[in-house]
Each structure stands twice: as C-alpha cells, then as structure tokens.
Design a protein around this ligand. Sequence first.
Ligand SMILES: Cc1ncc(COP(=O)(O)O)c(C=O)c1O
Length: 292
Amino acid sequence: MSDQIVYLNGEFMPMASARISPMDRGFLFADGVYEVIPVYQQTLFEWQAHYQRLENSLAAVGIINPFDNQAWLSILNKLIASHPWQDQFIYLQISRGVQIPRDHLPQKDLTPTVFAYTNPLKPLAASILENGIKVITLEDIRWQRCDIKAIALLPNVMAKLQAQAAGVDDVILINQQGNVTEGSASNMLMVKEGVIITPPLSQHILPGITRQVIEKLAQQHHISFIEREINQAELETADELWLASSTKEALPICQLNGQPVGDGKPGQVWQKLRAHYQDYKQQITNNEYLKQ
Ligand SMILES: Cc1ncc(COP(=O)(O)O)c(C=O)c1O
C-alpha cells in the first residue's frame, strides 16, 4: 500500500514520496499528539468529539492547532474519497515541527508537521465475536497525563510485547493503588449484575470516544452505566469485561490471567450493546449523508 495517498504538510502525495526531517521534534522527542478516527460508509464517525479531543490534546501540550474544524474536514474528506474502502480509519498526527539544533526547549515560531493517512477498517473477526480475547493484568507504568493523546507510546508498546510474550491479545493496566486504568490502546469496562462499570475520567486514562458512545447508548437503552474505580480483585468476579476503542468498538474479554471471564463466552450485555452500536453507526452515517 506504499502508493496510497497520504496528506503531509499541505500536500496529498503517494505514501512512498512522503518525507519528514530527522530533526522533527516528533521523531526526536515524541513531541506531538494524534487522533484515530473511524470512517463508516466514507463518513467520519463522531467527528465533533474527535476534533474536540484533538483540540484538548494540542492545548495541553501548547501546540497551536494548524487548522480550524472546516479545514480539517476538507483535508480528511479528501483523503477518505481518495480511497475505495467504505470503512476506513484515519490516523492523523501533529508534531511541534522541525528544530535545529536539537533542544528540549521548543522554539516559539515552529511550523507544526501535519500528517494524515487512512487504512481499510476490517470488521471484527468471527472468532473474536464467538470467543472474545485473552488478556493479562499488568502494572501501569505510564505518565500522569494519559488524558492527552500523545504520540509517546513506549509503555503501551512494551505492554503489547508483554501480552504477546504471554500468548494473549492485550492487557488491563493496574495502577499503584491496585485499580484498573485502561487497556494498552483502549478503555476498560466491566459488567456486574447487568450494570456497566468503568473507571471515571481523570488524567490517568484517555477520554475514549468509543467509551463515550457506549455511555450514550447505555443511557438511551436503559442499561445502567456507572463510573467508579474498579479494583483488580473485582475483575475476577466480573460477569463481563470489555475493551473499547475506535477501531475495535467493544471487544469482549473471555479470559483474564488464564481464567475464564463469566462463563468464558461473550456476555449478554455485550451482545445487546454491540447490536445498538451497529444500529447507531448505521443511523449516524445515514444522517450525515442527508446533511451533505
Ligand atoms: C490508551 C488508550 N485508551 C483508550 C483508547 C480508546 O479511545 P477511542 O475510543 O477514542 O479510540 C485508546 C485508543 O487508541 C487508547 O490508545
């Protein structure tokens, strides 16, 4: 896919032609932020929420948003339309820009480096829908501002490697107080006696858009949804555990540290929520079409 079209610093070009400087602060310091946005039927999903989170991440690290909402929309819609896939996910990244010589202190007048590309978004594999995924718990060794969608993801990469070494799909991160924070690239939700429970928003987790959609759908369909801390020990008595992210939606976890979760199959609340999520995607994309 090296000939697919990407956006870099004001131009659309084949991926193979895209070049950035080795002095880019994104490369040298991981000094930048990113977003991942799903696209269904060539229509951006929950754009306003993703845009707001991008603005929050940029403001938190002191990078000026290079574009307004409309300019972003026109870039991303052009990128989407340049590819044949109905369902896609866009990765966009803004770094603080190129600075010579290397210095921790950023220069004030840097031009941010802006990159965006898109990928086909594949539906969840049938094996996951039937059997869920396996996870282990792991110490959360990340920083104190996980609410910023920062490109510095080394602890998340290390967590994924540990999951792979343990022969499982992902991890649930546990903080020093023994409470759940989130997954390596997802939020965590637990179901107990029909209630969806998830850790409250704080500087220790990313405010996931999928989590937000799940909350909205739970409220609409009269499924109890509460935010509170979840102790590691509670995970073992959960009826259901899920990981939630834009590209995976809600994923059922069916094995935790080698033990089955609930009856070892994706649970009933997940089944219901998944059906509501599919309907919601359909409605939203239909409405967006009407607006155009
Ligand atoms: C650490 C982390 N938490 C949560 C999420 C879920 O966020 P969203 O639902 O907006 O994709 C992600 C997504 O990549 C993530 O990396």
